[in-house]
Design a protein around this ligand. Structure first.
Ligand SMILES: NC(=O)C1=CN([C@@H]2O[C@H](COP(=O)(O)OP(=O)(O)OC[C@H]3O[C@@H](n4cnc5c(N)ncnc54)[C@H](O)[C@@H]3O)[C@@H](O)[C@H]2O)C=CC1
Ligand SMILES: O=C(O)C(=O)COP(=O)(O)O
Length: 605
């Protein structure tokens, strides 16, 4: 880069956290690297305009405001897995690439989990402190063995699988709940997969969590869930603070229902020092082993992640594509104009499937890992549909993983789908099968691993008689270069799945007053509605209530449990609301409690 007076200006990199010098040494050859620790958010915003790249771990909150202030920023590199401290949608909007290191510290995180498991089982921290204090408390510190015990894993992804293998090595039985995990991978690792969290919890002696922090996993272990665990069970969290509700955990330790907890991560880090706070009481609890977010803190992991992300920063600043970009483009510039709207459409269809039709704790609508992806009309004449395939895989995986959705592109999509046990059968038909005013239509059918659907079978308006209960359908089209969703199962609709939008999809009786009920609950909870539309059940022959349309979390589907299940002949509809910001589980619960609302899903696009 040249400055105004012709002198060479080296791009600048800001490193506000402790990163291993191995990667930084690579940068120093061509870039100016400023390591500045202990900056306040205000100080960061003040100096960020000077920098071309920002390198962080989990402590720096990379907010929209910070990104906006970073006028020269081209890349934010997260030296680790979780990108929940980075506002990825804001970065994407601003054209800033976000990269991470999806593999570099997973062994370290898994080993830390096992270290905590054994420390908790054998009272190591307590024994150490007591011995150092000059005591010799052998009878107070009797532990338990892990051999022959059942370890429950929530989230059988990269870290979860390594933990599973190590726990098998310790002689433990391993059972897992992960609605999106491949049954083949689980079986190959001697892990028993159970369909729901509710089924897992009563089985386990130890429970460990390895999901990302997502809207759907926040607070997933709360009082109801902890109460399903055996008295005397023990719990670990090396994933993210807040996935286990800290108040519920403290209560369970105080009541003695849980015999122990081992916690590496907290909902606010570092936890407040106020002795009266829940986090402080948790840390101080005699049966809680606590570490200060050390999962990734090994020399090896820090070298790995530092080198991984620094190489990617160099790639980006030199104009090359990075290997693990969270928000990298799937298509090449030459294809952009024609393909981009369809890539976006297919990605959104995948994302809506995962968030609207599947849920961690539902038995009625399990994740279907077999898909038909059907292109009708002009789209069928495309020579290669690879970008659309990659977009589907990205759309499916992004809502459930902060690493799997990351580096998906046309080169690696197939391998990632295989790793996850996802099968996609692509079909093309130049003649639209139904009366469609659009030149191209894309339909996704999620189904059990049976015979693929053909274009004509899907188009036929007799889905009910063909067993649609076990499958889900989403269709969409492009109009004016914008993607539209036109069908969600038997409901016809027309809305733009806009980037960054939050949708609230309510399945309800089609009767007067429903909109008012939902509107007033949302108004009371301070949730602003931008627009709403009602999607009638308009695919003939299929207007009965089908279990599994929408998120049917047993604990949340009070409406149906209270006798609100649709009866034959009763009219139904989907109410699709575009709302501002997040919608908590408490609001969802309240909506389902309201007369006539059968189920609710929250979809973040
Ligand atoms: N304490 C620490 O220092 C570290 C913490 N981590 C945390 O561990 C998390 C997991 O990392 P990886 O294994 O690399 O991610 P991954 O993406 O490979 O695996 C996550 C798994 O969670 C599953 N999942 C998503 N939603 C679920 C739900 N509702 N119920 C059950 N399973 C669900 C996904 O299907 C996936 O298999 C990261 O997101 C990060 O937050 C990672 C490294 C270090
Ligand atoms: O990689 C992750 O997700 C981690 O949680 C590690 O965080 P850290 O880089 O140690 O601040």
């Amino acid at each position: 880069m040249n400055g105004t007076n012709g002198t060479e200006v080296r791009p600048k990199v800001l490193v506000p956290e402790k990163l291993s010098p191995d990667g930084l040494a690579l940068l120093r050859k061509t870039l100016d690297v400023d390591e500045k620790k202990g900056l306040t958010p205000e100080q960061l915003i003040e100096i960020i305009p000077e920098y071309d790249a920002l390198l962080v771990r989990s402590e720096t909150k990379v907010t929209e405001a910070l990104l906006q202030a970073g006028k020269k920023l081209k890349v934010v590199a997260r030296a680790g897995v979780g990108v929940d401290n980075v506002s990825v949608p804001a970065a994407t909007k601003l054209g800033i690439v976000v990269v991470n290191s999806p593999q570099g510290n997973i062994q370290a995180a898994a080993e830390h989990t096992i270290a905590l498991l054994m420390s908790m089982a054998r009272n190591i921290p307590d024994g150490c402190a007591s011995t150092k204090a000059g005591k010799w408390e052998r009878s107070r510190l009797v532990g338990v063995e892990v051999k022959g015990k059942t370890l429950g894993i929530i989230g059988l992804g990269k870290v979860g699988l390594i933990v599973a293998r190590m726990a098998r090595g310790l002689g433990m039985n391993v059972t897992a709940s992960d609605p999106y995990a491949s049954p083949q991978v689980a079986a190959a690792n001697n892990v028993t997969l159970v369909p729901t969290l509710q089924e897992l919890l009563p089985l386990v002696d130890f429970l460990t969590i390895h999901t990302p922090m997502l809207a759907s996993t926040k607070g997933m272990m709360s009082t109801n869930e902890i109460n399903l665990m055996k008295p005397g069970a023990r719990i670990l969290n090396v994933a993210r603070g807040g996935i286990i509700d800290e108040i519920a955990l403290l209560d369970a330790l105080n009541s003695g229902h849980l015999a122990g907890a081992a916690i590496d991560v907290f909902s606010s880090e570092p936890p407040t020092k106020d002795a009266e706070s829940t986090a402080a009481k948790l840390v101080a609890h005699p049966r809680c082993v606590a570490t200060p977010h050390l999962g990734a803190s090994t020399v090896e992991a820090q070298e790995n992640v530092s080198i991984d992300v620094c190489e990617q920063v160099l790639d980006i600043l030199s104009g090359a594509l990075p290997r693990s970009a969270v928000n990298a483009p799937i298509i090449l510039p030459a294809e952009y104009k024609t393909l981009q709207p369809f890539v976006k459409l297919v990605e959104k269809i995948g994302s809506i499937y995962m968030q609207h039709f599947t849920s961690s704790s539902t038995t009625t609508s399990p994740f279907r890992n077999h898909f038909d992806l059907i292109y009708e009309g002009d789209l069928a004449s495309m020579s290669s549909t690879k970008p659309l395939f990659a977009a589907l895989i990205k759309g499916l995986l992004s809502p459930i993983s902060d690493s799997a959705g990351l580096n998906i592109n046309i080169v690696n999509a197939e391998a990632l789908a295989k790793e996850r046990g996802i099968f996609v059968n692509e079909q093309k038909s130049r003649d639209p099968s139904g009366p469609s005013p659009y030149s191209s239509l894309v339909t996704l059918v999620a189904r059990p691993p049976s015979r693929p659907n053909s274009v004509t079978r899907i188009a036929a308006e007799d889905l009910a008689s063909k067993g649609s209960k076990s499958q889900h359908i989403i269709s969409g089209y492009i109009s004016d270069n914008r993607p539209f969703i036109s069908r969600l199962d038997r409901f016809s609709t027309s809305f733009v799945p806009a980037d960054g939008a939050t949708l609230l999809i309510c399945h309800n009786y089609d009767a007067p007053g429903k909109i008012g009920v939902v509107g007033s609950i949302l108004g009371r909870e301070g949730v602003n509605i931008n627009y709403m539309s009602v999607a009638p059940a308009s695919f003939p022959g299929d207007n009965k209530f089908l279990p599994g349309s929408g998120v049917h979390t047993p604990s949340l589907s009070g409406g149906e449990a209270d006798g609100q299940k649709m009866r034959e002949g009763q009219k139904e509809a989907l109410m699709i609301l575009n709302v501002d910001g997040g919608v908590g589980q408490d609001v969802v619960r309240e909506l389902i409690g309201a007369g006539g609302v059968l189920s609710v899903s929250v979809v973040s696009l």
